[in-house]
Ligand binder design. Sequence first.
Ligand code: NAD
Ligand code: DAU
Length: 352
Amino acid sequence: MTILVTGGAGFIGSNFVLDWLAQSDETVVNLDKLTYAGNLQNLASLEGDARHVFVQGDIGDGALLKSLFARYRFRSVINFAAESHVDRSIAGPGAFIHTNIVGSFQLLEAARAHWGGLDALEKGAFRLLHVSTDEVYGSLGREEAPFAETHRYEPNSPYSASKAASDHLVRAYHHTYGLPVLTTNCSNNYGPYHFPEKLIPLCILNALAGKPLPIYGDGQQIRDWLYVTDHCTAIRRVLDAGRIGETYNVGGWNEKPNLDVVRGLCDILDQLAPRADRNSYAEQITFVADRPGHDSRYAIDAHKIERELGWRPAETFETGLRKTVQWYLGHEEWVRNVTSGAYRDWIAKQYA
Ligand code: NAD
Ligand code: DAU
């Protein structure tokens, strides 16, 4: 038995592949384009492991997908591949349309053709799980109830609009063709291998480098944070037992304003790697221009996945954030490698 994981060299995908192979001997074919966000170093511990087959390629490449489905006869597909950074979608939406919409469409087409040719038993067991985001629901007011699966779609950025489009395609392939799909809509992840363009790893690395910790606007925007391995557990649970055609919201019950998140990681750094002058890293917090169209609050109502599948996050924000800071402190070489060349260009342009 073999599964196809797309985008398995990125942040969540690589955590998922590592987690999967720590618990199962089922082969993973990992299809990843290796954009700036894909990093095979995340998977270095799997070198020489025959259960992990890496293929560099684009989910938008129909011919490649066809040959992979024919060769491996996947019993399931988990689609992580995406352009994932909101600020990059504002600076240049084209890649988001290519991968998140056209790529997801090509993947659905290849999966549909494959599934149509399976025998009844294999057909019944096949699943395509699409990994999506809470951002498709738009922005919540302070007093509004968290996003349930029934919340209307109101994406506000080119990133979230492209993910919303892919969610709709996934839904349509189930309703129209009967393809056995599952969708998860998750809140903000954090943890090991998080690319340092995103708030938490960016601020950890900037703090240690003595650079400003950039807070957009007033820092009062709220995100609901989930430790990445909890997300991986949720995806496995939905793949195993989720009801076909359903969507499951996944979140950490951890709503925090951005400023509190950054202050919290400064406190941990003050304990684990104090500044030479013994002042707090919080001194480096710097308010910068706001993100255009910045969503003010995301919060997930994760009751459905708990009720139906018995999933709840294992980490609290406090335990997860400490583990995350420790991971970055212990992985200097990984950090050095991802913060070279193209990364520096992006940071220079974004925070000019
Ligand atoms: P990431 O940017 O770290 O990784 C994306 C991976 O996809 C990279 O390895 C990249 O090389 C690969 N990729 C990009 N375009 C591709 C293409 N055309 N073909 C094949 N591979 C391609 O993203 P992430 O944070 O790991 O997010 C993974 C998925 O989870 C995305 O679909 C994202 O929308 C979703 N998600 C992310 C979060 C979060 O907080 N990071 C939360 C909810 C949902
Ligand atoms: O909610 C799920 C989403 O979470 C995923 O779908 C996205 O792929 C993922 O990138 C993440 O999106 P956000 O935009 O919420 O994450 P980011 O880390 O970019 O920003 C978190 C918050 O911090 C957000 O309110 C913007 C703010 N921010 C971000 C950066 C990079 C800052 O204040 N300063 C910064 O420099």
